[in-house]
Each structure stands twice: as structure tokens, then as C-alpha cells.
Write a protein that binds this ligand. Structure first.
Ligand SMILES: Cc1cc2nc3c(=O)[nH]c(=O)nc-3n(C[C@H](O)[C@H](O)[C@H](O)COP(=O)(O)OP(=O)(O)OC[C@H]3O[C@@H](n4cnc5c(N)ncnc54)[C@H](O)[C@@H]3O)c2cc1C
Ligand code: FES
Length: 248
């Protein structure tokens, strides 16, 4: 974990309630603390006691790209930050995805629900750079909620989308898009993770949780989930957990 100062540079609207934010470290603060896709940053907001955890969507040496969905006052403030504002960011948090070919095998499927697509983009980019084959399966409520479809498409990988109302892609849920013998790398709301986890065709996988957090670095145990090895902190041992260790 490293405390950094990043400058809020710009934003781009992705859907009715979700924005892409670009933060820069200038030339003095880099992103070296980030080592794997699936890690998150924890951002302090002026006047707020608790930091807000946000997945790293993508990163370059001096830039951090986040996709932020307005959930309440904290995320609204983050989205509406004035360009040039310096933000206190804890980087290099969490476990991230293990996407080595030995782990994910021959049929990895990146399965994202809603804002859960964010960390999967950085994962997809790095798997592509590593020459690995994979499929992308994304689920949204409707076309109006779909995010980063063009960015994922630009990776030129097999990709399917499902929306609950059928306004984009297939009508249904991301669970309908998971093929046989899939090793899933999943991120999304807990009910979606649970549904994907229980599919008979899922032979293995890693699941990234977005539990509510307080301290964000392992001190308060407020974010724990049950696992086969006992309670585990989403912020410290997670947010990514292996299929076999998760207990619902
Ligand atoms: C590891 C991790 C990664 C995350 N990545 C992203 C991301 O990439 N982009 C993004 O937009 N959000 C992400 N989140 C969720 C984000 O942290 C919360 O939406 C945010 O903290 C809410 O702050 P707020 O002040 O806007 O809302 P609050 O006022 O704190 O809450 C508003 C509403 O949102 C609910 N809520 C708050 N936190 C969560 C949560 N973690 N999960 C579900 N519901 C919640 C509250 O119950 C309440 O109903 C992530 C969370 C975690 C733990
Ligand atoms: S939020 Fe405090 S231990 Fe995870």
C-alpha cells in the first residue's frame, strides 16, 4: 500500500450515472504501487471520515483510470471534483486477479455485471497483451446503463452482452452467457457473483467482491466475508477470492 497524491484531470460521461475519471500523478507520482488488475484504490474526500474504495479500471505509468458510478454523496463529490484538485489516494490495495495461463486454463471468461466491468477492462487489456485467449461476458440492466462497450470491443476478443430488457445484446443476464467448462474471472454485485458461482458449467474461477468498507486496509474487519478458511477481509485478503474458498 502506498499513499500518493494524484491530480483529478478530466472526466467523461459513460452512462446516465457513471463516469470515467482520469487522475494523473504528473511526473512525480507514479502508479508503481499497482501490480495487478483487480486491485483498488481508496480515495480520501475533503470533510469525509471514510475513504471511498474504487477499482483500478486501467493505469499507465502516470495515469489512473477509474469508472465511478454515482451511489451517494461521496461518489458524487468524486465525479464533480474540480479539475486540478489533488486527491489523497491509497494505491496498491487488495489482491487482484491471477490470470496466469496455469491458473485460468484454456477457457477463461471475464464476467462483469454493471460497474463490475471496470476492473475487468484492465484485466482484459493485460491478458490481451500477454497473448492469452479469453471471452468477455457483460451484463447490464439496459443499454442506457452499458459502459465501456466500445473499449472492450476494441480489444477484438469474443464478447457477448446481455441486458435485462434486451435493449442491447441478448435479453437476460450475464449468467446466460457463460459457456461450458468456463473458468470465470468475475466482478459485479453479490447476487450476480453468487449466481455465476453456482452455475454447473463453471469449473473454477476468481470472484471480486465490492463489500462495504470502513478503514479499507485490514484494521477494522468490517468488510469480512465467510470463506472455507474462516472470515476473510475483502480489503486485505480480497477483493478477489477463488471459487473454492467462497461460502455464501
Ligand atoms: C473493492 C471495491 C471496489 C469498488 N469499485 C468501484 C468502482 O470501480 N466504481 C464504483 O463506482 N464503485 C466501486 N465500489 C463501490 C464504491 O466504493 C461505493 O459505491 C462508494 O463507496 C459509495 O460511496 P458514496 O459516499 O457515494 O455512497 P454512500 O452514501 O456511502 O452509499 C450510498 C448507497 O450505496 C450503497 N453502497 C455504498 N457502498 C457500497 C458498496 N461497496 N457496495 C454496494 N453498495 C454500496 C449504500 O448502502 C447506500 O445505499 C467499489 C467498492 C469496493 C469495496
Ligand atoms: S474495511 Fe476495515 S478491515 Fe476491511
Amino acid at each position: 500500500m502506498k499513499k500518493c497524491w494524484f491530480t483529478w484531470e478530466r472526466r467523461r460521461r459513460l452512462s446516465r450515472d457513471t463516469w470515467e475519471l482520469v487522475l494523473t500523478g504528473g511526473t512525480s507520482q507514479d502508479t508503481a504501487a499497482i501490480t495487478a488488475p483487480g486491485e483498488f484504490v481508496n480515495i480520501a474526500l475533503p470533510g469525509r471520515y471514510l475513504r471511498r474504495p474504487i477499482s483500478v479500471c486501467d493505469w499507465t505509468k502516470y495515469h489512473l483510470i477509474l469508472l465511478v458510478k454515482e451511489a451517494g454523496e461521496g461518489t458524487r463529490e468524486l465525479i464533480d471534483t474540480v479539475p486540478g484538485t489533488r486527491l489523497d489516494v491509497l494505491a496498491g490495495l487488495g489482491s487482484g486477479f491471477d490470470f496466469s495461463p496455469e491458473t485460468v486454463g484454456t477457457n477463461p471468461v471475464l464476467a462483469g455485471g454493471g460497474i463490475g466491468a471496470a476492473p475487468l477492462y484492465g484485466l482484459a487489456k493485460r491478458m490481451k497483451e500477454a497473448g492469452q485467449a479469453f471471452r468477455i461476458a457483460l451484463g447490464f440492466r439496459s443499454e442506457e446503463d452499458a459502459i465501456y462497450v466500445e473499449e472492450f470491443s476494441a480489444l477484438n476478443c469474443p464478447m457477448e452482452i446481455a441486458t435485462e430488457d434486451g435493449s442491447l445484446g441478448a435479453k437476460g443476464f450475464v449468467t446466460d452467457l457463460i459457456p461450458e467448462n468456463a473458468y470465470v474471472l468475475a466482478c459485479g454485485p453479490t447476487p450476480m457473483l453468487k449466481a455465476v458461482h453456482s452455475l454447473p458449467q463453471v469449473t473454477g474461477g476468481q470472484f471480486s467482491f465490492e463489500a462495504r468498507m470502513a478503514c479499507g486496509f485490514g484494521a477494522c474487519v468490517g468488510c469480512s466475508i465467510q470463506t472455507a478458511g474462516g472470515p476473510r477481509r475483502v480489503c486485505k485478503e480480497g477483493p478477489v477470492f477463488r471459487k473454492e474458498e467462497i461460502i455464501w
